[in-house]
Design a protein around this ligand. Structure first.
Ligand SMILES: Cc1ncc(COP(=O)(O)O)c(C=O)c1O
Length: 410
């Protein structure tokens, strides 16, 4: 295990003078704290003896029913028996990896992919093979090629890990036709899909993409979370898995935490039954859309030529790629000196690529701070471009796809 680039960044990025476009903290300032407060108070007064006691390893039965109702928004029809409550979807990633991976096994993942998943995969000594994406997410033909290449090398692929909706870090969303095609490929190849969907309800046009799990009960393990639609502090996520996998997940969960925290589960359950959570999700969408607009507007006003970026229709992130020859990791100290922070692209690759790219988060700062952050970042990029012109380009490792120059994107 090694510290991720994001981790070492947090200390610097949290200084008040720095505009942090680095962390992906949900913006819970819009939550009705009075409602949450009285809900927690009632919970202890009325059900304290249950809420403060150990619970079932699989998770609270009523919450598992409510989770099925939440998932129905994505087209998924799950049974509460197949749901396992986890300590955030991060624990779900850990459990899934633990039960499937032997050292040296291959996991296919998008290029780039979620840093927290990559570090979990690494800790179980899996080998991550990245599959190219474009502005519409994972490219089915590239997936076919990757499967063929890994099989030809004699290694074993255990699963495809994908974030089809409002991707972290790329900010792209897989269209319905590609979802169908990827499901078809994986079925043909007998390849399990781990579908990680913490942002699915946070689309800015109000439409919720149909989850891949909705069209395949047996071949997909679905991971969900209340971290982005309610609050991450409760640490409540879940898996919906085929029966045999679910049994193993519960055994693995019990051996690591005995049971997920009862207090948190009942708090989430009370929130779902006693509060207009759908209205709150709508309010979150508005809040994030305003910030996405601020970031895209500022990027297109201020970024120098040769820079390109994705245009998210939901979620928290923009993936930005700099002109040829620049290196976002090498540039970071200069950016922080100019009081702006981001996450260098290499954090989102298991193989050292992504050095020209960075992840920008718009979820947390105010629209004004976002604009100011982009202004500071644009200054640094301009200086880097001038330096490169004066001293020549350094070599940079990039892969095709999202990290390649795209002249049609500003
Ligand atoms: C794609 C993805 N998966 C999983 C997680 C983990 O979320 P949590 O453990 O809070 O549910 C995150 C958090 O940022 C994420 O972006």
């Amino acid at each position: 295990m090694t510290a991720s680039e994001v981790r070492s960044l947090f200390a610097v990025a949290s200084r008040p003078e720095v505009v942090s476009l680095a962390g992906g903290m949900p913006n819970i300032s819009g939550l009705p704290m009075d409602v949450v407060g009285s809900l927690l108070n009632n919970l202890i007064e009325k059900r304290g003896l249950t809420a403060l006691q150990y619970g079932s390893g699989q998770g609270d039965p009523r919450l598992r029913e409510q989770i099925c109702e939440v998932m129905s928004a994505t087209g998924v029809r799950g049974h509460p028996d197949d749901v396992t409550v986890t300590v955030g979807s991060q624990q779900a990633l850990d459990l899934v990896t633990r039960i499937f991976i032997d050292p040296g096994d291959v996991i296919l993942a998008e290029a780039p992919s979620y840093v927290g998943a990559l570090s979990t995969f690494r800790s179980y000594q899996a080998e991550v093979v990245h599959v190219e994406m474009d502005d519409e997410g994972l490219i089915p033909d590239r997936l076919r090629e990757a499967i063929r290449a890994v099989n030809a090398s004699g290694r074993r692929i255990k699963f495809l890990y994908t974030i089809p909706s409002y991707h972290n870090p790329a900010g792209v969303t897989l269209p319905a036709e590609r979802r169908t095609e990827i499901l078809r490929i994986c079925r043909q190849e007998d390849l399990l899909i781990i579908e990680d969907d913490p942002y699915g309800l946070l689309g800015f046009d109000g439409e919720v993409p149909r989850a891949m799990r909705a069209d395949d009960d047996e071949g997909v393990v679905y991971l969900g979370s209340f971290s982005k639609t309610f609050a991450p502090g409760f640490r409540v996520g879940w898996t919906l898995a085929p029966h045999a996998v679910r049994e193993k997940l519960v055994l693995a969960a019990e051996s690591s935490v005995l049971c997920p925290p009862t207090f948190s589960q009942l708090a989430v359950s009370e929130y779902l039954s006693g509060y207009d959570w759908r209205g709150q999700v709508k309010a979150f969408r508005e809040l994030y859309r305003e910030r996405r607009d601020a970031m895209l507007g500022a990027l297109s006003d201020l970024m120098p030529e040769g820079t390109h970026w994705t245009h998210p229709s939901g979620g928290f992130y923009v993936w930005l790629t700099l002109p040829e020859g620049l290196d976002t990791k090498a540039m970071l100290p200069r950016a922080v000196t100019n009081r702006v922070a981001y996450v260098p692209g290499t954090a989102f690759y298991a193989d050292g690529f992504g050095s020209r790219s960075m992840r920008l988060s718009y979820c947390y700062p105010t629209p004004e701070r976002i604009r100011e952050g982009v202004r500071r970042l644009a200054q640094v990029v301009e200086q880097e471009v001038e330096l490169r012109t004066a001293f020549g380009a350094s070599t940079s490792s990039r892969r095709p796809g999202l990290d390649a120059p795209a002249p049609d994107q500003s």
